[in-house]
Design a protein around this ligand. Structure first.
Ligand code: PLP
Length: 432
């Protein structure tokens, strides 16, 4: 299968190139040139299959030209090492809990798939693949944990000193093995600039095999479609139409849901739920696509003013804005509404995180406007990950899950770095 750039359908590359390059040279996003449609009978059979078996079928349909059957199994097995339970919060309102992975957020799915696929694609090369990541928190922890111990790949994480929450920092600075954390004396943008300079540096690229694993990479994007198939297969539909509500920032997660739908999953509608960074809800209301500076909120993993996966959404609907606006309904919520939702749902016996709360609100509003649906909102992080906000909303202490608490006990190991590129380059040159 070839992958084309959303900026130029005639620019096509192999799977390997799309994954290692990440972004197309014209800054477009890679997309599969054909979207396979699964037979209806197969999708119906998913209800009797395990998450892994569903994974083999879906990933097989997309990757069987490029990977062997055993590679597809290995890839899916490495990705799906934890469950994604569907929990009924109210009648016909379900939470799809995507936070049972190592860093307690849905990004674990994409990061685990990406690491394994990259290691398969470089298997034949004698060079170590070096993944450079600049992070302000979430991405670093998911990527580091996803790549931990994966052969042939080393991860170098740059993060701004003193700007990442202690819990998040622990999730990527305590791992060791093939994960190196660089504490940069600067802000997130300095980290990002260093990484970009490294990709442009001719000497470095001659010597080292560098890649990025950022959130627009197809190897992180595509596997997210798996839990839509899984959730649908486990949902009690009672003959009702199905809607998925997705709390969104860069819109990779929602895009993967649309991919599942294009592959034949009978989803009737999607809800694009955001905080006050409402670029996409505004677009869906009929405005143009108008990126804005991002605004800080309590659901800070969705504080995105220029959603990077937006071109994918239109592309999945073959550029037809009318179909896009008909299928996807946008709603947005401010911090006060988000906190109130956390409080209200707690009284029903379920604890939301701030991102899931936005998804829940979007689903409720959709169901008010369009009755008769059974709905699923994606719970993208464990509430303990956003402990400050949730504890303040509830006026009570949360009990942290064991694997989150375990990170806090690890010893932080970092290399300190200034923000000059020369220093970073010297470090990278010393690696081989
Ligand atoms: C990254 C993230 C999101 C946003 O996902 P996108 O795919 O960027 O839209 C939502 N919730 C949490 C907890 C996240 O970490």
């Amino acid at each position: 299968m070839k992958y084309f750039s959303t900026n130029n359908p005639n620019h096509k590359v192999s799977l390997s190139e799309a994954v290692i390059k990440g972004l197309a040279p014209d800054n477009g996003l890679y997309m599969p040139e054909r979207i396979p449609v699964l037979p209806k009978e197969l999708i119906e059979k998913f209800s009797q299959m395990s998450f892994q078996e569903i994974g083999y079928a879906v990933i097989g349909a997309l990757f069987s030209e490029d990977l062997s059957e055993s590679q597809i199994r290995e890839l899916v097995d490495h990705t799906l090492t934890f469950d994604a339970p569907l929990v009924e919060v109210e009648e016909d309102v379900y939470s799809l809990e995507l936070f049972h992975g190592p860093t307690l957020a849905f990004k674990d799915f994409g990061a685990r798939f990406c690491s394994k696929l990259m290691s398969m694609l470089v298997e034949k090369s004698s060079k170590t693949l070096r993944v450079l990541v600049a992070t302000s928190g979430d991405t670093g922890s998911a990527v580091a944990n996803g790549f931990l111990g994966v052969e042939g790949v080393e991860v170098i994480i740059l993060f701004p000193k003193g700007k990442v929450s202690p819990l998040q920092e622990k999730q990527f600075t305590t791992l060791g093995q093939n994960i190196i954390a660089l504490e940069v004396d600067g802000v997130f943008d300095d980290c990002q600039t260093l990484v970009k300079q490294a990709f442009l540096d001719a000497d470095l690229n001659k010597k080292l095999l560098l890649t990025s694993a950022n959130s627009i990479n197809i190897a992180r994007w595509i596997p997210q479609c798996l839990y839509y198939f899984y959730a649908y297969s486990r949902l009690l539909k009672n003959g009702k139409k199905v809607v998925f509500a997705v709390p969104s920032g860069n819109f990779g997660n929602l895009g993967a849901g649309i991919l599942a739908e294009r592959m034949g999953l009978p989803v009737d509608h999607f809800v694009a739920a955001t905080n006050v960074n409402k670029i996409v809800p505004d677009y869906l209301q009929g405005a143009g696509f108008q990126p804005q500076p991002s605004i800080q909120t309590v659901s800070n993993s969705m504080d995105v003013g220029n959603p990077s996966n937006f071109p994918r959404l239109g592309s999945l609907y073959r550029g037809d804005e009318n179909v896009f606006r008909e299928k996807v309904k946008g709603y947005f919520y401010d911090d006060e509404e988000t906190v109130q939702a956390i409080q209200k749902v707690q009284l029903q016996g379920y604890t939301l995180d701030p991102h899931g709360a936005v998804g829940y609100l979007g689903l409720k509003e959709f169901r008010n406007e369009y009755p008769g649906y059974v709905g699923v909102f994606l719970e993208t992080a464990h509430p303990g990950k956003f402990r400050d906000v949730v504890e303040e909303a509830l006026g009570a202490k949360l009990i942290l899950p064991e694997r989150l608490a375990a990170f806090l006990e690890g010893e932080k190991k970092v290399l300190e770095l200034g923000k000059s590129f020369e220093e970073f380059k010297e470090f990278l040159e010393g690696l081989d």
